[in-house]
Design a binder for this molecule. Structure first.
Ligand code: PMV
Length: 328
């Protein structure tokens, strides 16, 4: 990303974890307890423009045309403070962001949002970061955003501030993802609050961390031998284990609804019928299905019979963050 100051626009896609990030080793730096691995999608990007403005008394956030106050604006201000500290500059900025997926519904909108914001803000403030530094910066906004800097299959390393970044994993597998949107409303509990409660109170958490580290290694090996079945089985198992560790927290954290569980069961029905589909869920009730591109229509058609009220999005592997334009 070249060093341009003034204004910059960037676009980033969401990513869906196949091996999940659940738990912070350090809250201030958003350092994860374990590594994770995701697929960047080719749909539903966030497009964000950052414009420096000396005359502003405070940073401004406009989301989908609506001026934001409270938590979203505060999160963006904290993030811009970090960019200002890195750049040695002091100008306030106007941030105009359009999200083409429902915000806060467990569809990784914070990943695309903070990856786009990191790219646009670092260009507008003239930081001139390489992709690795951009991934570390995006991580500070939202952990999963570190992965949306890159396209395709992406791995995010745990570690310290310098060593915790994401990078692409070469894989010779054509993957598709069918997203079943059963509820586009905001989540009831933020991923940060839910993670912190899980790490603090769930007796299953140490087992989660240990098994995720092992499953990440198994996933990398499965990708390396292009073993679609193993990739799918590991993804579904890892997601179920993440939700199981949340169930052990107190007060319990549960994002799965009855409708989600019916859809997860539908993945098993599809497999019994000879169509390989594997379910994965994040911090919301929606369910994503990993399948082969040729099976995506059949997967969505079966899921629609299970939940006629759901909306479906079909995605493939997509690109990393890109700068669309910038000027002094
Ligand atoms: O990036 P955050 O803080 O919104 O956390 C995302 C956590 C999950 O989506 C549930 C898992 C993941 O690895 O993306």
């Amino acid at each position: 990303v070249p060093a341009v100051t003034g204004t910059a626009t960037a676009e980033a896609n969401p990513n869906i974890a196949l091996i999940k990030y659940w738990g912070k080793a350090d809250a201030a730096y958003n350092l994860p307890v374990t590594g994770s691995l995701s697929l960047t999608l080719d749909t539903a990007p966030t497009r964000t423009t950052v414009t420096l403005d000396d005359t502003l008394a405070a940073d401004e956030l406009v989301l989908g045309g609506v001026v934001q106050a409270a938590r979203p604006a505060e999160r963006v201000r904290v993030f811009l403070d970090l960019v200002r500290a890195l750049s040695g500059r002091t100008e306030r900025a106007r941030v105009d962001s359009v999200n083409l997926i429902p915000t806060g519904a467990g569809l990784a909108s914070s990943a695309s949002a903070f990856a786009a914001l990191a790219a646009a803000a670092s260009a507008a403030y003239g930081l001139g970061l390489d992709d690795r530094a951009l991934s570390r910066l995006a991580r500070r906004g939202s952990g999963s955003a570190s992965r949306s800097v890159f396209g395709g299959i992406v791995r995010w390393y745990p570690g310290d501030d310098a060593s915790s970044y994401a990078e692409p994993v070469p894989a010779d597998l054509d993957l598709a993802m069918v997203v079943a949107i059963i509820d586009a409303g905001p989540k009831t509990i933020s991923s940060t609050v839910a993670m912190n409660r899980t790490t603090a109170t769930s007796p299953f958490y140490p087992a989660w961390a240990e098994s995720t580290t092992a499953q990440l290694d198994e996933m990398l090996a499965a990708l390396d031998r292009a073993d679609f079945t193993a990739v799918g089985e590991l993804a579904e198992s890892n997601s179920l284990r993440m939700h199981a560790t949340m169930a052990g927290a107190w007060p319990p954290v549960r994002y799965q609804t009855a409708a989600s569980i019916a859809l997860v069961d539908a993945a098993g029905e599809l497999r019994a019928a000879g169509v390989e589909a594997y379910a994965t869920m994040d911090a919301g009730p929606n369910v994503k299905f990993l399948c082969r591109p040729d099976d995506a229509d059949r997967v969505a058609a079966h899921l629609a019979t299970v939940d006629p009220g759901a909306r479906f999005l079909s995605a493939r592997a997509g690109r990393g963050v890109r700068l669309l334009g910038s000027s002094e």
